[in-house]
Design a protein around this ligand. Structure first.
Ligand code: GLC
Length: 481
């Protein structure tokens, strides 16, 4: 679906104009930032629903951030660098040659790492795996004909092939996270993007010509767009079915047609008609503020939106969404971040997300050899064990159909509701607004629980202690079922 030419010219003209202005004048108040150009989705609602079905039922995916940054493990030249570890090049302000010189020798994928990831994803109960085919650093995990900053040149292996094949062998759907930001490609015009009110960051964004000689000659948006298109084409045409394209990321002034998004999306859809894409080729501003990103949601810009490190308080009625989250505080591996969330917190996040009609994409950051930190392995296995017993209350469920409750969350499959009890009310009674003749039983083990009516509420008598301290699930269903 090619975008109309007019908005494209307007965007390019705007970038050129902003580039020509001194930085102080390039500021546009956030409130006045125009909504990005829209193309009406050419797909019927029924076709869209059919394409989204597996994704909507999956509810849990495993995200993987892995690249050269994994070898740095959070330190540059021995010094701990603040910020998410996959941003280390930017946060330590390292030019790409120096970054490559130090990082490439550390990146040594062990044989079979991909099978370990795929098995772990499967054990965790995740139904899909999304991994970084290229993060902002610009290093591609596939064998790219248009770059030598890629896994094939660095390791002699096509790591995208290994990961895609391993995921498929475990029966998982597989997706690619692909960064449109690029800190390596010589033509990437980072200074134009750094001048925006909401800049797209770059390691050298503040450097003068001294540190980056030849920038003016090299920077060329068209060349970078061609490169981006070519790499994405390789990714979607060579590896069999790809189920998700997870773009990352844009800001006002450098979004959509800055990347020739209409052309990119059309090319991806042609190669992978069933694929599901997020909307970060367009504005991602506010992705860490769910309401912010949702304000801009437009189906023409992608199939789903991606609140980051947050579960929207009310969910998002009528919009497909996926909360992406880390298990500690970083996406890429850091040896310094040991602040892990508990399994209980993670399972509750999953139940919370499902109760609001969304998916959870939960991240691991493997080390440079592909090993997954033990803390992540342990938590994912524990989540998997919980899902073995309680998966019916998560997969293919819908959002809470009744009033919110104080003691936990509710998911549903039609008239069958799943009460996720996080805290046992002091009087041992669980109250739910629900009509009709109902029965209640523990989902795990099937023990029936006494139920009485109190006006519009069903009142369920809980056991003296909750059998599952993570999340005890009670199935509430019509009596005759
Ligand atoms: C952000 C970050 C990035 C991370 C991603 C995950 O855009 O730049 O490092 O990959 O979000 O959602």
């Amino acid at each position: 679906m090619p975008l109309a030419t007019a908005p494209r010219i307007a965007t390019v003209a705007l970038i050129a104009l902003l580039a020509a202005l001194p930085a102080a004048h390039a500021v546009t108040p956030a409130a006045q930032v125009a909504k990005p150009a829209t193309v009406a989705p050419s797909e019927s609602q029924a076709a869209f629903d059919a394409r989204m079905q597996w994704w909507r039922e999956a509810r849990l995916g495993m995200f993987v951030h892995w690249g050269l940054y994994s070898g740095a493990a959070g330190r540059w030249n021995g010094e701990a660098i603040k910020g998410s570890a996959e941003w280390i090049q930017r946060n330590a302000h390292v030019p790409t040659d120096e970054y490559a010189r130090q990082m490439l020798p550390l990146f040594k994928p062990k044989p079979g790492f991909a099978r370990e990831w795929a098995r772990l994803a499967k054990q965790s109960g995740a139904k899909y795996l999304v991994f970084t085919s290229k993060h902002h650093e610009g290093f591609a995990l596939h064998d790219s004909a248009v770059s030598d900053f890629d896994a094939k040149d660095a390791t002699g292996r096509d790591l995208v092939r290994e990961i895609v094949d391993a995921a498929r062998a475990e029966g998982l759907k597989v997706g690619l996270y692909h960064s449109v930001i690029d800190w390596h490609h010589p033509a990437y015009p980072y200074r134009d993007f750094a001048r925006l009110e909401h800049p797209l960051p770059h390691p050298l964004e503040k450097a003068g010509d001294k540190e980056d000689p030849g920038y003016a000659k090299r920077a060329n948006l068209k060349q970078y767009q061609d490169f981006l298109q070519a790499q994405v084409r390789e990714l979607v045409e060579r590896y069999g079915p790809i189920d998700v394209l997870w773009w990352d990321y844009s800001n006002p002034g450098a979004e959509g047609e800055t990347w020739r998004a209409g052309e990119l999306m059309a090319m991806v859809r042609k190669a992978q008609p069933g694929i599901v894409m997020n909307n970060r080729l367009y504005r991602s501003l506010g992705y860490d503020d769910p309401q912010g990103s949702l304000k801009w949601f437009d189906r023409a810009h992608g199939d789903f939106t991606t609140p980051e490190q947050a579960i929207p308080a009310q969910g998002v009625a009528g919009v497909d969404w996926e909360a992406c989250m880390t298990m500690n505080g970083t996406w890429g591996y850091s040896a310094l971040d040991t602040h892990w969330k508990s399994t209980r917190e993670l399972v509750r996040d999953l139940a919370d997300t499902a109760s609001k009609g969304g998916n959870l994409l939960l991240n691991i950051g493997p080390m440079a050899d592909g090993s997954v930190p033990e803390a992540s392995v342990q938590r994912l296995r524990e989540m998997g064990a919980w899902l073995q017993r309680n998966g019916d209350s998560i997969y293919a469920t819908q959002a809470n159909p009744t009033a919110p409750v104080t003691w936990g969350r509710i998911t549903a499959k039609g008239k069958r509701w799943y009460l996720h009890v996080f805290e046992r009310p002091a009087d041992g009674e669980l109250r739910v607004r629900a009509d009709g003749a109902l029965r209640a039983r523990l989902l795990d083990g099937g023990r029936e629980l006494a139920l009485r009516r109190d006006g519009a509420e069903a009142v369920i008598a809980l056991p003296a202690t909750l059998p599952d301290t993570i999340d005890t699930v009670i199935e509430l269903a019509p009596s005759e079922s």
